[in-house]
Each structure stands twice: as structure tokens, then as C-alpha cells.
Design a protein around this ligand. Structure first.
Ligand code: HDD
Length: 707
């Protein structure tokens, strides 16, 4: 049957269109296998620039004879290929990044002399890499894991790398435990699995033996660890840093990134399925948004406080397993970062970007947080190991945008031709002045913190309370979020074969909250163990609304995606109304049909689909609609993937729109008599409008899922 495209609506997602356009730029028109003289594309050359006669056939003696060693073109090509991989990052191997710009709101010169914060409206280029921690380079995006949120600010006084996470606390207090932590969560060394997950014995063995990790495991078991999008998660510098003003005076500071789109996560069952349906879910989401011109933004905020606050605070501000509640020290917004450019080459930029916590410009300095101090040793080594040369700072993504002047010379892959006779300092050959050059207080002057005490391996007593803030996190969550935390512990501990590990972990959690521990023990069908001894008495804490995702949910569908499953006989108007409404609300729409060729609409035209339903389960969308005609409904009901589409959307508490004869599909999806007030009709213009308005609201969290 001949098909034609509708003229009324081809409601393609903006993102799809934009990324497809980018693809087309690079495709060219050629399809011929051999290099042909006279075509527009330039002739291939070797890496040394010699034009290649034929890139498709190696040099051989006789048409069917052996390949010759003298084929240096072949040799060079294979040689390069054999060396194309570099060691992946030992943690945060899987990541994705983009370029952007940070714009400062107002001068912070009363707090810091950092040039990035010097004046209102000052713009500084940035590069951000988001990552999961535990998984290997080829793992999937929706692992339950902490997300890295590393930002390189190319300031005019050198690069500032704010190498943070989407969770404001960390598992351990001292960097000396970092290799142990990472070894415990990575695949077990005697079997090579499981990768990209903490749900196994060794991780929980370590966590249960290191009570200081308890607070972080609550965050990790919360929905923070399964974000809907990089664009919808917070970022934190985690440690306490110092701001230094022009006179060298210090203020403590913690850094916060807040997503303009609001925070949002998926549910666990959804995450598991997303990993199968689209392991690249987060990177695709970021790429699509930026190429569509929907530039994601995060507001940078600071919590600043002085020594007096630090001295009075119930916890040690140098302890990275603790937050400073926003109720005590409000977050002051200081600027906005916009990611506005995808990379041109993933390897050159995302893989080769080298973040280092010790990269701070004048005006920003470290505290004595032992985790931060240890990190400052680590990052330089890892970059040399990964990138293979001390000259990694010359790679375009790492190179400062400001001038550099030093006498470090030579080394592997030296790409700059450093002129001049002198490669030492002081010297009388460079610059107008002879002798040592010093910028003095204009340079990076470390805070002159007094140091006292004896040298010994010790953990300060002020770090001993491992449970109070874990409890604060727990009591700050909504009921739905508490349910998710319990479910996550039950799932993860249920994956531990060793009963003693489950018991030890629950024993620790009894110090956090009895209800939490009891619910987990019940979920595991386990006797409640005695609480483990706590190293310090609990401090009373108040719930902090800032710690909940749902309590801070933003009423919007901006940046979100509606999946419309279209059956034969649907009206073009119903689909295009949804598309227009959602796009007006800042979202995107993908059209799904039984086959990617599309659905036949009521007027006989064909609406091309973005996806076949078998390849686009509802987990890929924030909300769904099914729009069909009188006959299309039963055809959808016969399609297993269409049934799952609806069942899953319902089970994941999503808002659902229905138009046309959807009864057979609803019944086949097992939802007869179950549809609730978040399952809305979308057949008429008024219904479509009400549905789009509802999309801005939360999922239907109180939906009954019982049989
Ligand atoms: Fe780390 C990478 C964040 C503690 C050692 N870390 C890395 C990345 C992020 C973080 C986001 C990925 C950077 C990128 O995208 O290239 N790390 C953190 C946070 C920590 C932390 C928020 C605690 C607050 N890290 C930490 C410690 C050590 C390291 C205590 C070592 C003592 N981290 C590394 C590393 C990595 C790294 C091995 C691996 C790849 C890399 O550095 O470039 O050096």
C-alpha cells in the first residue's frame, strides 16, 4: 500500500530533529567504497599526509596472494587502531560531557579574589563531565550509583576544577580508605562481576564494617542514585573549601549546583528496564537537549560560614560524611551555568578531560578535610597513567584559556614549540627583568593556617558521630521516598549471599531509625539484630526539607518527554494537539507505533513514527498517551510490547492519556477497572489541554497497584 506523510502533523521531538540534522552535516552523499578521483571529499592520507591510493584493499602479491609486510599504509592504520584505547578511569569510567559557560551574578570580592566571581555578569567558559562511579566504560547509565558532576572553569587565572558528585556527602572520611571503598564496590576480583552495581556482598561487607558510610548509603539508596536526567540532578563540591579575599582573609565555603529544570528521578523498576531499553539514556538525553537548543542550566550557590560557626556546629565541617543543613546556613545563589555545546569528539574531549581537585585559582583554597587533602595527591597520578604524558595539560580540553608561563620542558607528546634559550628560572634571557619573577600576593597564596599537634595516624573524635545526619536524611523524606529507600536496602542486601553482612548492616541502621531498620529486616524476612554499638551518642536533628526530592519537585514538564503510542484510525488532530501543547510547555513528544513506518490515521494518511513500540517502552518517557481509532485499539491489544507499554506506565505511577477505542488495550494490559484520576482522556481539545496541564504535576504516587 502506498503511504503518504500527513501534512497536519509529524510531531517529531525537537531533539530528534536537531540531532538528526547534526548527523546529516557529517554524512555527505558518497556511498562508493573506493576513493574516486574527482569527488568532493578530500582524498584520504596517511597520518603523515601521504595521499592513499586505495584504502579498501591491502597490498598483496597476486590477486589472491599473501599480504605484503611492505604495505606501510595498512601497517600504519592497524598500528593506530591497536593503540586506540587508553586505560579507563579507575572510578567514574562511564561519563558524558559538554561545554558551557558560567555567568556570575554579582561581585563576591568581599569573600574571594577568584576572578570567576570578580564582577557581575562575568562569563567563564566551562566543561562538565557527568559520570557513574562504579561501572566500567561500557556499562549502563541507570545503575544505582552516585553521579559525578565535575566542572572545569577556564578562569583567566587558571583552571578551577570543582570535582563533585550529585550527593553532598561521601562514604568515607579519610582518603586512605578510598582504594578499599572502590575495590569493594567494583566487580569482585575472583569472578569479574557484578559490575556497575553495589548490590553484592563485598560492597555491603565494607559498608557495614565502616559505619561512617551509613549516611551516604541512605542517599545512595534514595532516588538520588537513579536520576531521570543529568539535567535534573543537583551537584555538590562535597568538601568544605576556603574562599580567600584580596587581603588573604578566609571564609569557609561549600558549593551547590541546583538544576533549573528541578530535581527528578525514576523508580527502580523503571531504571532496571531503561538499562535494557536504552543503556545510553542519560548521555542521549543530554546530547538531544543541547543539540535541540534546550540548554540545561544549573545555578551555583555557596554556603559560606566562618570559624565561629564551624566551632559551634554539632559536626566537624572537615568531615565529608556531613552536610551543613541549609536551614542553618542558607545557600546563596552566585551564578548560572549553561551547557550549550556538545563535544565534537567524545574521546578527545570527554575521555581525555583531566579533572584535578588541586586545580584551584587564586581566591579558592582547601580546608584540612582529610578526604580532600588525599584527593589532591591522587588526581595527578591518575591523569599521567591514563593520558600517558605529563603534557596532558596541553590537550585542548585541558589547556587553560589564559596564558601559561613556566619552564617545564619536553616530555612525551610535547605539542608546543617552546622558544627561547633559557629553560630555568631565574634567568636573564626571558622577560624585561632579570632574576626571579614573583607575583607575590597576586598569585595563589595558600591560607596560612596554623599547624599544631603531634604526627600520628588518627581520626579526630569530632568525626565520630556516624548516625545523626543519616537519621536527619531519613526523617526529611516524604513517605514515598522512605518507601523507596526501604525497598532499595531490601533489594541490595537481598543480593548479599552472606547473612552476617545483612545482619551487620541492619544492626547499624538501628542506630539511624528503628522503623527503617525494622522495615528492612521485615523485607528481608530476617530477625532484627541487636543494634551495633555507636561510637558517639546521637545528636538531635530537625527534618530538612532541602533533602527531599519530592518536597522540592518543580511543577513543570519542561525538559521532559511524552511518548504517544498511535494506533490505526487515530485522528491527526488529537496527536498534533498533544504535540503542540507539550512543546509549548517546554517538553518533547515522540510518536510510537506498532511499526516504525507509522500508523494510518483516520483520514487515510500515514503518521510516521519515531520508534516501533518494541524499541520504545514507556520507561523512556515521563508520561505516555495512547491515541487510536475504532479498530486500532484491538490491534494494539494484540501487540505484547504495546500492552507492556501501558502496564509499565501505570506501574511506574505515570500520568496516562487515552483517546479512541483503548478498552481492549487497557484490558489486555491488566488495567480493567483500575484507571484512576491520573489516567485522563485526551480525545478533545479541552481534554488535551487538561492532560498537558496535569503533566506538570507529580507522578500519581498514591496509585493503587494491588491486584
Ligand atoms: Fe574522585 C575521579 C568525585 C573522592 C580519586 N572523582 C572522580 C570524578 C569525580 C570524582 C566526579 C570523575 C572526574 C571525571 O569526570 O573525569 N571523588 C569525587 C568526590 C569525592 C572523591 C566527590 C569525595 C568527596 N576520588 C576521591 C578520593 C580519591 C579519588 C578520596 C583518592 C584518594 N577520583 C579519583 C581518581 C579519579 C577520580 C582515581 C579517577 C579518574 C580521575 O580521577 O580522573 O583520581
Amino acid at each position: 500500500m502506498a503511504t503518504k506523510k500527513t501534512t497536519t502533523a509529524k510531531p517529531r521531538a525537537k531533539a530528534t530533529t536537531a540531532s538528526a540534522a547534526k548527523d546529516r552535516e557529517h554524512l555527505g552523499t558518497g556511498g562508493e567504497l573506493h576513493q574516486l578521483a574527482g569527488v568532493d571529499s578530500p582524498a584520504l592520507t596517511t597520518a603523515h599526509g601521504h595521499p592513499v591510493e586505495d584504502d579498501n584493499n591491502s597490498l598483496r602479491a597476486g590477486d589472491r596472494g599473501p599480504t605484503l609486510l611492505s604495505d606501510h599504509v595498512l601497517r600504519e592504520k592497524i598500528f593506530h587502531f591497536d593503540h586506540e584505547r587508553i586505560p579507563e578511569r579507575v572510578v567514574h569510567a562511564r561519563g558524558y560531557g559538554a561545554h558551557g559557560v558560567f555567568e556570575n551574578y554579582e561581585s563576591l570580592s568581599d569573600l574571594t579574589r577568584a576572578s570567576v566571581f570578580a564582577t557581575a555578569g562575568k562569563k567563564t567558559e566551562t566543561f562538565v563531565r557527568f559520570s557513574t562511579v562504579a561501572g566500567n566504560l561500557g556499562s549502563f547509565d541507570l545503575a544505582r550509583d552516585v553521579r559525578g558532576f565535575a566542572t572545569k572553569f577556564y578562569t583567566d587565572e587558571g583552571n578551577w576544577d570543582l570535582v563533585g558528585n550529585n550527593i553532598p556527602v561521601f562514604f568515607i572520611q579519610d582518603a586512605v580508605k578510598f582504594p578499599d571503598l572502590v575495590h569493594s564496590v567494583k566487580e569482585e576480583p575472583d569472578r569479574g562481576f557484578p559490575q556497575a552495581q553495589s548490590a553484592h556482598d563485598t560492597f555491603w561487607d565494607f559498608a557495614s564494617l565502616m559505619p561512617e558510610s551509613t549516611h551516604m548509603t541512605l542517599w545512595q539508596m534514595s532516588d538520588r542514585a537513579i536520576p531521570r536526567s543529568f539535567r535534573m540532578m543537583q551537584g555538590f563540591g562535597v568538601h568544605t573549601f576556603r574562599f580567600l579575599d584580596a587581603a588573604g582573609a578566609s571564609t569557609f565555603v561549600k558549593f551547590h549546583w541546583t538544576p533549573v529544570l528541578g530535581m527528578q528521578s525514576v523508580v527502580w523498576n523503571e531504571a532496571v528496564k531503561i538499562n535494557g531499553a536504552d543503556p545510553d539514556f542519560h548521555r542521549r538525553d543530554l546530547f538531544d537537549a543541547i543539540t535541540a537548543g534546550d540548554f540545561p542550566q544549573w545555578e551555583l550557590g555557596v554556603q559560606v560560614f566562618d570559624d565561629a560557626f564551624a566551632d559551634e556546629f554539632d559536626f566537624d565541617v572537615l568531615d565529608a560524611t556531613k552536610i551543613i543543613p541549609e536551614e542553618l546556613v542558607p545557600v546563596r545563589p552566585v551564578g548560572m551555568m549553561t551547557l550549550n555545546r556538545v563535544v565534537d569528539n567524545v574521546f578527545a574531549e570527554i575521555e581525555q578531560v583531566a579533572f584535578m581537585t588541586q586545580n584551584v585559582p587564586p581566591g579558592i583554597d582547601f580546608s584540612n578535610d582529610p578526604l580532600l587533602q588525599g584527593r589532591n595527591f591522587s588526581y595527578l597520578d591518575t591523569q599521567l597513567k591514563r593520558l600517558g604524558s605529563t603534557n596532558f595539560s596541553q590537550l585542548p580540553v585541558n589547556a587553560p584559556r589564559c596564558p601559561v608561563a613556566h619552564f617545564q620542558r619536553d616530555g612525551h607528546m610535547q605539542t608546543s614549540t617552546q622558544p627561547g634559550r633559557a629553560a630555568y628560572e631565574p634567568n636573564s634571557f626571558t622577560g624585561a627583568d632579570r632574576g626571579p619573577r614573583e607575583v607575590g600576593p597576586e598569585g595563589h597564596v595558600p591560607f596560612p593556617a596554623p599547624v599544631e599537634g603531634v604526627t600520628r595516624r588518627v581520626r579526630s573524635e569530632s568525626f565520630a558521630d556516624h548516625y545523626s545526619q543519616a537519621r536527619q536524611f531519613w526523617i526529611s523524606q516524604t513517605d514515598v521516598e522512605q518507601d523507596h529507600i526501604v525497598d532499595a536496602y531490601v533489594f541490595e542486601l537481598g543480593k548479599c549471599d552472606v547473612l552476617a553482612i545483612r545482619q551487620r548492616m541492619v544492626a547499624n541502621l538501628r542506630n539511624v531509625d528503628e522503623t527503617l531498620a525494622t522495615r528492612i529486616a521485615d523485607g528481608l524476612r530476617m530477625r532484627l539484630p541487636d543494634p551495633s554499638p555507636a561510637a558517639a551518642p546521637l545528636v538531635e536533628t530537625e527534618p530538612s526539607a532541602a533533602l527531599s526530592i519530592l518536597a522540592n519537585a518543580k511543577e513543570t514538564f519542561e525538559g521532559r518527554k511524552l511518548g504517544v503510542l498511535v494506533g490505526d484510525g487515530a485522528t491527526a488532530a488529537a496527536v498534533s494537539r498533544l504535540t503542540k501543547g507539550v512543546e509549548k510547555a517546554g517538553g518533547t513528544v515522540d510518536v510510537i507505533a506498532v511499526a516504525v513506518g507509522g500508523a494510518t490515521l483516520s483520514d487515510g494518511s500515514t503518521l510516521e513514527a519515531d520508534h516501533a513500540v518494541a524499541g520504545a517502552p514507556s520507561v523512556l518517557f515521563d508520561a505516555v498517551a495512547v491515541v487510536t481509532g475504532p479498530d486500532g485499539g484491538s490491534a494494539l491489544a494484540d501487540e505484547p510490547a504495546a500492552r507492556d507499554f501501558l502496564t509499565d506506565a501505570f506501574t511506574h505511577f505515570k500520568v496516562i492519556g487515552l483517546a479512541g477505542d483503548t478498552d481492549a488495550l487497557v484490558a489486555a494490559a491488566g488495567l480493567d477497572g483500575k484507571l484512576d484520576d491520573a489516567c485522563l482522556p485526551v480525545g478533545t481539545a479541552a481534554e488535551g489541554k487538561a492532560f498537558v496541564a496535569r503533566l506538570a504535576g507529580p507522578r500519581k504516587w498514591d496509585r493503587s497497584l494491588t491486584a
